[in-house]
Design a protein around this ligand. Sequence first.
Ligand code: S3P
Length: 181
Amino acid sequence: MASRPDTTSVTIDGNDRSIVLVGMMGVGKSTIGKLLAGKLGLSFVDSDEEIEKAAGMPISEMFERFGESSFRDGERRVIARLITEGPKVIATGGGAFINDETRRLIKEKCRSVWIDADLDVLIERVSRRSNRPLLVGKDPREVLTDLATKRTPFYAEADIHVRSDSGPHARTVNQILEALA
Ligand code: S3P
């Protein structure tokens, strides 16, 4: 029997740029990124995981031992490397796109997607994980409100803007696929 084309996989004609997901912590960049990569037949990489591999320690330990600026330096270098490695879906940490050099590189060489959500959705989602150093011992609503205010103008520079709500991530993936097509 003749095999039918795989309708679950979507190709973006003539585009071999990586797709980089940016946005606040807790918005679902990694989960959405994996689903999106599956649909596009691309590999998926999470920049936080790559930083941890390169440093040989968890991000929380990097913050504790060397401070945030050392983490940011590693983040900038790791993302620059990932971008040179051929087309993939890259989920970045919430602060990555705020760095001028990283943002410039992403905008020049990739397609960027800002995934955005209401504060209440973010607060509910960050409560599922306790290892985010910027939130340890703090009120997540206060921290996220402050970060969102500072970061939104940078995220808004992304090529594509989608909103995620408390519904399934697959819905956000479909919005991204439509915007990319
Ligand atoms: C950070 C977000 C985290 C991680 C680090 C700093 C931020 O990634 O990179 O804890 O500055 O918003 P997620 O956005 O995947 O949580």
